[in-house]
Structure formats: C-alpha cells, structure tokens
Write a protein that binds this ligand. Sequence first.
Ligand code: ARG
Length: 462
Amino acid sequence: MWKGRFKENLDELVLDYTASIDIDKYFAEQDVKGSIAHAKMLTKQGILTAEEGEKIVAGLEKILKEIKEGSFPWRKDLEDVHLNVEMRLTELVGDVGKKLHTARSRNDQVALDFRMFVLDRIKIWQNGLINLINTLKSRASEHIEVIMPGYTHLQPAQPVSLAQYLLAYAFMFKRDFERIEDIKKRVAVSPLGAAALAGTTHFIDPDFVKQEIGFLDVFSNSMDAVSDRDFVLEALFCGSVIMVHLSRLCEEIIIFSNPCFGFILLPDEFATGSSIMPQKKNPDVAELMRGRSSKTIGNLVSLLTLIKSLPLAYNRDLQEDKPPFIDSDKIVSSSLVIMSRMMEKIEFDAKNMRKALNKGFLNATELADYLVTKGIPFRESHYITGKIVAYAEENGKGLEELTIDEFRRFSDKIDEDVYSVLDYKNAVKRRNIEGGTGFDSIKVQIKKIDAWIEDKKNGGSV
Ligand code: ARG
C-alpha cells in the first residue's frame, strides 16, 4: 500500500522483522472503531459523499464482526493491523475503500488505536481493583475483633485488628484506582488529524472524532500528538504500582502461611504440593504474582528507555511500545482477579495470631502510655517500661503475667488497673482516633470504603 516509489518487494526476512501484526492484532477492534469514526467525520465534512461514507462504514462494521467472530483473514504480508483492515475493506466494498485513509496517516491512526486500547484495558484494571477492594473489605468486616501482632521491621510491634491489616491494603488499592482515574484525561485525547506529523490540508473536524469514540479531548500539537507515548508510560506506572502492592500482599501471604507463623491457611485451589516432600503446601500463586510484578516494572523501564532519545516526531521505534503494555496488561488484569479470589477463600487462624501476641511484648507501649497517665513524662516511662520488659524477659513472663509487687519494684505508680491496660484486645479497642485500629474506627473505615464503592458504581470520567 506504500509501494509506489519502490521497485523491489520487501525481503522476506525484513518483512518478518518489521511486521507488527502479531501484536497490533490485539487492538484490531479499536482500529476499526477509530476508522468508523474517521469515515463518519469525513462524510460530515463533505470529504466523502454520503453514499461513499455509508459504504465504507458498512464495510468496516462487517470487518468488526469478522474480527469478533475470529473469521477475519489476517495476512502477515500486509505488515500491520491498519493495512490488513484497509485491504479487507477494499475487498468488501471496492475502490471506494481506498478513500478511507484520506486526511490520516498510520502515525496518528496507531496513536489513536493504542490510546483506545489502553483506555479499555485500564478500565478493566479498575474493575479488578473494585472487586479486590470489596473482597478485602468483606473479609475485614468478618474479623474486626480478631487481634494479631502488627509489625515494624518485621518485629512484633503492637497488637492490631486483623481488619485494620486487611483495610490497609483496601486503601492502597483504592489509591491505585484513583491514580488510573486521574490518567484517563491524558489517555483519552484523540490524535486523529495530526496525520503524519504536520496536520492535514483537508478540512477535518477532530472534535467530531473525539465525540464519536467517547474521548475527552483532542490533540493540541500535531508533532506531539504522533510521538507522545506518555499515556502508555503512565498506564505502565499505574500497573507497576498495582503489582508492587499485590506483591507486598503476596509476600505476607507467603510469610503468614509458613507454619512458624500459621496465621493463614491457603485454600487448596491456590497452593501446590511438592513432588518429593509430602507435607508441603506451597504458596506458588503468591510467589508467581510477586515474581511477575518485576516484569511490570521492567516493562515500564523498557518504555522509558525506548522514548528517552527519540527525536520528533514519529519513529518506528515506537512500534515497540506495545509489547510491554500488552505483557503488563495480562499480568495486571489476571493478578487482580486471582488475588480477589484467593482473598475470598483464605482462612485466618485467630488462635495462632493470639498465641503470637505472647511473644514480643506487644503491650509494652500500653504500659509506657499508662505511666504517662500517672504523671510520668513519656521519656521516663519509656525507660521504666524498658527495664520492666528486660525483667519479664529474664523471668520468662509476659508483662501481663507480672504481679503488682514485681511492677512496683520499678514504679510505685502502677496499680491493679494496669492489667486491663495490658490486655491485648483493650489495647486495640482503645485506639479509636480516626484511622486507628480501634473497633469503632475500623467500622468508620468500612463505611468509607462502602460509600466510595457505591459512588464508583455510578461511573468514572470516561
Ligand atoms: N506498526 C506501526 C507502529 O506500531 C504503525 C505505524 C507505522 N507508521 C509508519 N510510518 N511506518 O508504530
């Protein structure tokens, strides 16, 4: 289709090297929909007659059906999706099909297709996020009064509610959703009309195309429009953050399912056995997800590197922007679904969590705060508590197991009321400041998530 000035056909090897059809097939539907919008715009502007426009649109609709049904006759010798669709159109509707490419170049066409594709996919990520957030929230509501050790430096720190732990991830994924929402206004920008790089002499209406495909804006500069891939970078970044968050959760699933912790029991469907060690139940799904997160980071870095030295405007290097996104998309969309299902089925072992609280003096901060309420400055109460902890450790006791006499060796301000303060459940319950792990505070967090999900059901920006 571009061979006018060429005498020789493309070398077979070169064709194979340059063809993108295996990859751009992924956004074939978007390519056809973009072409339908373009054809309608050309018709409205009088660049195509009404009859020509109708024929072309009807042909494109037939092609869309063929693509959806899987009967489209793909030809590798036609290099990419754009040329395949155009050739098929001409086969179906005759020479009038050759008019479709008026006022357009593959450079603005591929940018439009890819923007439509990225937008469709990130919406699917958002659905996955909503489902996962919902699952985490439901599991949290079931476990508000289950107390587990909270960690800093992976060392026992303070007791928290299991719900607080689960909701921490829910809020992470909520931010991921909102991050995507924010990039949409830069993804949904139509570049059609930028043509090769300089715009077109035809009297076109880019705004009409924008409306037809449901985008939010049109390009402002033709050279920028055909070479801008920020929208892919941003989507890859969003995907990487999602995967990094999932990977952190996976890491904890792996640690907490280790019998040394025994906090969670993996559902059979999400674990595998060992071919040699009969006792094993391995968290392979979580491990693979943690492993694949690295690929999404690699894909982001790969595209940043691809773009960093490109001169304006379109360069064929840009064809290489698609494989990283398609790879990341497969990882992100599948991981979100799998994690949601896994979280639905994971069993939490409240008894083992309770047992773990006895190791590590997780109520030491309670004691220090208690002494503060008795008028001792915090630095001093911190020091006294440290001494008591050392004593308890030497004697193989938990703080709550010390007698009043033992306590009084360190401070005469300690009374019987210390025991209720040292109680783990009370320690959690009392933290009812907004966002804290207190049971009431958790209920507020759950309500917040519920209201947010309800609001999202009413739809995002595009
Ligand atoms: N396959 C190409 C890509 O993905 C399509 C655009 C080709 N444009 C060109 N001037 N050769 O970028």
